[in-house]
Design a protein around this ligand. Structure first.
Ligand SMILES: Nc1ncnc2c1ncn2[C@@H]1O[C@H](COP(=O)(O)OP(=O)(O)O)[C@@H](O)[C@H]1O
Ligand SMILES: [Mg+2]
Length: 263
């Protein structure tokens, strides 16, 4: 029986102005699991994930990763986790290769190891040809793929991804899905957030649906469908959040040039 690699107890975040973004969330992720946080915009997914990787200071609650408390063992934990987040800007004056090298050095990898990893990762995300361009010239899809490569430089045990395929065209999306499946099959624990039902369904073996700062239900897709006497995951989502992602797709269509071809 695999143990829990992430344990979260009664996690809360209140932002200044009394915004209760996360209101008492508890869950655990088993080693090797592909765990998905699904929820509408504003549910608190990003805030939860940012607390797990220590980018946002929590108001209260407990976070244990690989048996270690985040407060006492942040450094050890950083070495074991990788993350690609929604709102981290890229350095506009560096090439992809330079940024990968820098990240490798931050993790104290030997020089040869860094170069090996860079070759492997650029191939993985199909960015070999543009590796020596400034990342500021990248399209949205290229940036997402590059973010993923960066997060993998030190071969983390646990990978955190915030909406990894948002804004991607169908080809890039499929590419990322395939890589994530592959990494997970090789043993990496993956924790991702998404507001795409099909993404959660395609990738995750355990799904927690979050709404208004709380987990409203969780389980495998089959368990959720049975538990809520629902037709499918979308139906579970509707029943538990009262939210219809249809509204969001309309906004997405306006904002995202690729959205049309995705529908
Ligand atoms: N830095 C912040 N300051 C104040 N409120 C925030 C901040 N970041 C997020 N929020 C609010 O917290 C809630 C949850 O946001 P977020 O975690 O980004 O949700 P999600 O990722 O599910 O869309 C939202 O109401 C959002 O407006
Ligand atoms: Mg978010």
């Amino acid at each position: 029986m695999p143990g829990n690699i992430i344990e979260v107890k009664d996690l809360r975040k209140t932002y200044p102005g009394n915004v209760e973004a996360v209101r008492g969330v508890s869950f655990h992720v088993k080693e090797g699991q592909f765990y998905g946080f699904l929820g509408p915009n504003g549910a608190g997914k990003t805030t939860t994930m940012n607390m797990l990787v220590n980018l946002v200071k929590r108001t209260s609650g407990e976070i244990i990763i690989d048996g270690q408390h985040l407060d006492q063992h942040a450094r050890d934990i950083y070495a074991k986790i990788g993350f690609a987040m929604q709102e981290i800007g890229l350095d506009e004056t560096a090439t992809a290769r330079e940024m990968l090298q820098l990240h490798g050095r931050l993790y104290h990898l030997p020089k040869e190891r860094i170069e090996e990893q860079i070759t492997k990762l650029l191939k993985l995300v199909e960015l070999e040809k543009v590796a020596d361009r400034y990342t500021s010239t990248y399209s949205g899809g290229m940036r997402r793929r590059f973010d993923l490569a960066l997060s993998l430089i030190h071969e983390p045990k646990v990978l955190f991804l915030d909406e990894p395929t948002q804004g991607l065209d169908p080809h890039a999306r499929q590419l990322i899905w395939n890589h994530l499946r592959d990494l997970n099959e090789k043993g990496m624990t993956i924790f991702l957030t998404t507001h795409f039902m099909d993404e959660a369904e395609a990738l995750c073996d355990h799904i927690a649906i979050m709404d208004k700062g709380q987990i409203v239900t969780q389980g495998s897709v089959e368990e959720l469908v049975t538990k809520h006497q629902a037709k499918n995951l979308e139906d579970v989502f509707l029943k538990t959040t009262g939210s219809n992602l249809g509204d969001e797709e309309v906004n997405l269509k306006a904002a995202d040039p690729y959205a049309r071809s995705r529908m």
